[in-house]
Design a protein around this ligand. Structure first.
Ligand code: ME8
Length: 519
């Protein structure tokens, strides 16, 4: 058998100074759904996430907490690790930038860039925002309400003057533009690609990449007075995770360059401009794709500490259920756009699309099979045009989902799947198997067989987003564990008539709490 094609997808590594909120969960969930899809589609997947633990912001947070930075990071990093069991993330690893292997990787890429002739020592005088961990030019700043200067993201900035190593970013303009041009989908969505290209075309300044005024970071090789700028350190995690600097390591050869770096729109410039330039300078291949998703607001407002409106992921899992939370986050927004989280919107999606449309379809069909077909997969007779049409629709959806997932358009993949859910519901209503029971039991068996087979397709394809519920549906169809990948979506693996089926149970309950009453 040919070796499975590798697929490496990463989340940003999260700053350890915050408790996770739905914005963090969102990026990782998107990567989880894509990873599960790719594994079910036969790919050899590596899905990484982790925590970004160095820099002035973390040092200050640890000080404010009265803890030493390492103990602070150990504690807070765990909050992010705990997201995986909570949200059923299938990440293959979790990296912390305070690990020794990561220091080794950072120092190796630094030497690579230095050998490439791209690093020089000078001094930096300019604006820096600790909250954004970013340098800004005067003309990028905005005026705050009290006349103070703020970063474009509204964060305080301070004037910094200190010796610093610089990366010759100014020399990389043409090579970066060629990199973007070499694949029309290099940066997605396309509106973000255009933003990056116009930023690079407007001219690039050399980038300060070391600091001397604090210590919490990776030392610059050969100059202990300097620590690396936290973004050089943080971005390198993607390489550390696959074994760099051992470029002969099996994991490096298999997974580098990464297929997708998934990021939020706020950190696109670091990933799409600085990172490919660092990599190319050190003689390494840049990533194949960078996708920038949008931001969630909550009930119409920006999530912020001062408003106290951060939504912790455990709250929505507890209130609505795990699959329901996953489905809502992936279905509500066209992936890439900004959007708003509201409790009412979660209730609407889970009640109409999961409970009514998908859950009820399975429950109705399986109950009829249980009662009228001796609790076994029915024996179908000849198929009508309608039967064949519905089955064809179910078979064709994988191709549509593949095309969507290839461009990280998760909402589109789900829309394609739910279009078949809608067709199946219309078919049940039109065929009325409950009426056929008396008039034509053989035809009833055919209709129920077609529906059960369509539900098998739907459940297999829904696994990436609602793994629990889809798994339980497949249990109720007696589909063996090793028959649940996309390779099983073929005619020769159709449900076998006569197979005994367990008693069906509802899979996606309705939410009947106060928000529904408000609707
Ligand atoms: O940026 N909606 O970490 P981070 C959607 N350590 N996404 C949101 C969001 C919201 N309201 N708020 C945050 C960092 N995010 C760096 C990354 S990678 C080498 C280093 C997303 O914890 C945000 O867009 O501040 C980003 O992609 C991710 O959460 C991590 O943010």
């Amino acid at each position: 058998m040919a070796e499975a094609k590798a697929y490496y997808i990463t989340t940003p590594i999260y700053y350890v100074n915050d408790k996770p909120h739905i914005g963090h969960a969102y990026t990782t969930l998107a990567c989880d759904v894509i990873s599960r899809f790719m594994r079910l589609d036969g790919r050899n997947v590596m899905f990484m996430t982790g925590t970004d633990e160095h820099g002035q912001k973390v040092e200050k947070s640890a000080q404010a907490d009265g803890t030493d930075p390492q103990a602070f990071c150990d504690r807070v990093s765990q909050n992010f690790r705990d997201l995986s069991p909570l949200l059923n993330f299938s990440n293959d690893g979790f990296i912390r930038t305070t690990e020794d292997r990561h220091t080794t990787a950072c120092q190796a890429i630094w030497k690579g860039m230095a050998d490439g002739g791209d690093i020089y020592l000078d001094s930096y005088a300019g604006w820096y925002s600790v909250r954004d961990e970013a340098y800004y030019a005067e003309d990028e700043l905005e005026d705050g309400p009290n006349g103070e200067k703020l970063s474009p993201f509204g964060a305080p900035v301070e004037w910094v003057e200190e010796p610093s190593y610089f990366f010759r970013l100014s020399q990389w303009q043409d090579r970066l533009l060629a990199y973007y041009e070499s694949d029309a989908n290099r940066i997605l969505p396309l509106s973000r690609r255009n933003e990056v290209i116009s930023f690079v075309k407007s001219g690039l300044r050399d980038l300060s990449i070391s600091r001397t005024s604090f210590k919490w970071g990776v030392p610059v090789p050969g100059d202990d007075d300097h620590i690396m700028y936290v973004w050089v350190d943080a971005l390198t995690n993607y390489l550390t995770a696959v074994g760099y600097p051992d470029t002969d390591a099996e994991s490096f050869k298999t997974f580098w360059p990464a297929d997708v770096h998934m990021v939020g729109k706020d950190i696109l410039r670091f990933h799409a401009v600085y990172w490919p330039a660092f990599l190319m300078s050190a003689g390494l291949e840049p990533p194949k794709r960078i996708f920038a998703h949008g931001w969630w607001t909550v009930e119409g407002k920006k999530m912020s500490k001062s408003l106290g409106n951060f939504i912790p992921p455990d709250e929505i899992v507890e209130k609505y259920g795990l699959d329901q939370a996953r489905y809502f986050l992936m279905r509500e927004l066209p992936f890439g756009n900004d959007g708003n989280f509201s409790h009412q919107a979660v209730v609407n999606r889970m009640n109409s699309e999961l409970a009514n449309d998908f859950g009820n379809l399975a429950q109705r069909v399986l109950s009829m099979v249980n009662k009228n077909c001796e609790a076994a997969v029915p024996h179908p007779g000849d198929l009508t045009i309608d039967d064949a049409g519905l089955l064809r629709g179910a078979r064709e959806v994988l191709e549509k989902m593949r095309a969507a997932i290839d461009e990280q358009l998760i909402h589109q993949a789900l829309a394609a799947l739910w279009a078949v859910v809608g067709d199946a519901n219309r078919y049940v209503d039109a065929q009325a198997p409950w009426a056929l029971k008396k008039t034509d039991p053989e035809r009833m068996a055919t209709v129920l067989y077609v529906l059960a087979e369509v539900i098998r397709h739907l459940a297999i394809l829904a696994q990436p987003v609602v793994p629990d519920g889809a798994g339980r549906m497949l249990d109720q169809l007696a589909v063996a564990e090793d028959q649940r990948s996309f390779a099983a979506l073929t005619d020769d693996r159709m449900l076998r008539p006569g197979t005994a089926l367990p008693k069906p149970q509802g899979v996606f309950p309705r939410y009947a709490g106060p928000e529904e009453a408000d609707a």
